[in-house]
Design a protein around this ligand. Structure first.
Ligand code: 9WN
Length: 427
């Protein structure tokens, strides 16, 4: 392992170190985000890890994706955590989620980057892809169908996030308003484990954790009936992150369906793509000139700009009038943070440069934003984001996330998805 001083030694090879981190955190057919803090398989982490592995070992990359789907539910959901073995270093573990599946998992999902990554793997080597895709494809279809049925409120198109953990952006200010309506009274007493690994100033607060656990208890008590949770549960928010990531993944899944000549799947996905457009428009917020989260119980918009709001290009949506405004907002935010892209607007009173999803820069999100910008011809901004990501990793190492003002690494160290993004894109 390394520390910040060895990074500065001449000849220190970041590529080598990134590969080492992937290998060290790999437990057979799946990979931990980082030892200690996150001792299980996380959904979207694994997909970025697969992208990293595809640079050095394509077979291992496919295995990473396949192993995630071993925990897929009968209703189609690919869970946000797959618990292969019990570990005392993380809370809440499998018992708290109360699952009854063969492979224990959590009860909610995470941003569906999988189909996009699978398309990347396939196109990297179609010969291998032809062997691996047929088994995975129906699983991806069932998961996307789950989002488009069990995470929409009847008659609507917006995709609901029913737990902040489902968004992958736990304590983003995007959830503040909806989370305030979750009553934490009566939550079963528990002990946080994250604070034994990292500084409390970098993590969600206890008040947030009480509500996270209360939401888990609600889901468990209704037998993880996802339709009920979406329609009537204590928390349902439309998230620009999930919305744009799903939209992109639907398109990539459709491309995969074409590779396999699955005509009925192509048609089914057409209806999803149509609704994705409506879901995206629902999030446009003229008051802040950006896409922003929306509380599905009240219709209320989040009043700040989160970095995932710039994933509209990645999602494949451009509207000239909106885009002119969105580009101005992005320029303003890039100018405000030397190590971009901050997860939340540095000029907003809720910005906190060290606290998790309330300000820090995340390499994975940078990769997604830049990928979309590049596809739509915004080369300069895409390059800026890539160079910022490179610089922050060169200066601070493979941390979970970074202070956008100072570049200081925060959260867990030797972090797999940061190493993976280095290999696949930032280096
Ligand atoms: C809860 C593993 C995960 C990431 C999430 C990130 C964080 C977990 C936590 O870590 O969430 O799922 O306990 O904080 O927010 O995006 O997948 O790296």
């Amino acid at each position: 392992s390394t520390d910040d001083t060895s990074l500065k030694k001449p000849g220190y090879d970041l590529d080598k170190r990134a590969i080492q981190i992937l290998r060290e955190n790999s437990w057979g057919d799946y990979t931990l985000p980082t030892k200690g803090l996150y001792p299980y398989q996380w959904n979207w982490d694994s997909m970025f890890v697969a992208l990293g592995f595809s640079e050095i070992d394509l077979d291992r990359a496919w295995t990473e994706v396949e192993s995630l789907f071993q925990g897929q539910w009968k209703n189609g959901m690919a869970a946000h955590i797959v618990f292969r073995r019990d570990s005392p270093s993380y809370f809440p573990g499998p018992k708290v989620w109360g699952g009854t599946h063969d492979v224990p998992t959590s009860g909610c999902s995470q941003p569906p980057v999988a189909a996009t990554i699978v398309r990347d793997l396939y196109e990297k080597n179609p010969e291998i892809g032809k062997q691996r895709l047929p088994e995975l494809f129906p699983r991806l279809m069932r998961w996307h169908r789950w989002f488009h049925t069990m995470r929409v409120i009847s008659g609507g198109s917006a995709i609901a996030v029913t737990h902040p953990w489902e968004s992958g952006r736990d304590n983003s200010p995007d959830w503040d308003d909806a989370l305030a309506d979750v009553d934490p009274t009566g939550v079963t007493p528990y002990q946080r484990k994250d604070l034994g690994h990292v500084d409390a100033a970098m993590r969600p607060t206890n008040a947030e954790y009480d509500r996270y656990i209360k939401l888990v208890e609600y889901g468990r008590d209704c037998g993880w009936d996802h339709t009920q949770i979406t329609r009537e549960g204590p928390f349902a928010v439309a998230d620009p992150g999930i919305t744009f990531i799903l939209m992109r993944a639907d398109r990539d899944l459709q491309a995969l369906a074409k590779y396999l000549d699955k005509e009925s799947a192509v048609h089914e996905i057409d209806t999803w793509l149509y609704r994705d457009q409506i879901a995206a428009s629902y999030l446009w917020n003229d008051e802040i000139n950006a896409y922003s989260a929306r509380n599905l119980r009240t219709g209320q918009h989040a009043d700040g700009v989160s970095s995932v709001g710039f994933l509209s290009y990645y999602g494949g949506i451009t509207k000239p009038k909106r885009d002119a405004k969105l580009q101005k907002t992005l320029s303003r935010i890039l100018d405000a943070a030397p190590y971009s892209v901050p997860s939340f607007d540095p000029q907003h009173p809720k910005f906190d440069s060290r606290r998790y999803w309330r300000g820090p820069t995340w390499a994975i999100v940078n990769y997604l934003i830049a990928r979309g910008l590049e596809e739509y011809g915004f080369e300069e901004k895409a390059t800026r984001i890539r160079l910022d990501t490179r610089k922050v990793i060169q200066e601070s190492g493979f941390f979970e996330y970074f202070d956008p003002m100072t570049g200081e690494g925060s959260g867990g160290n030797h972090f797999t998805w940061t190493a993976a993004i280095w290999l696949a894109w930032a280096s």
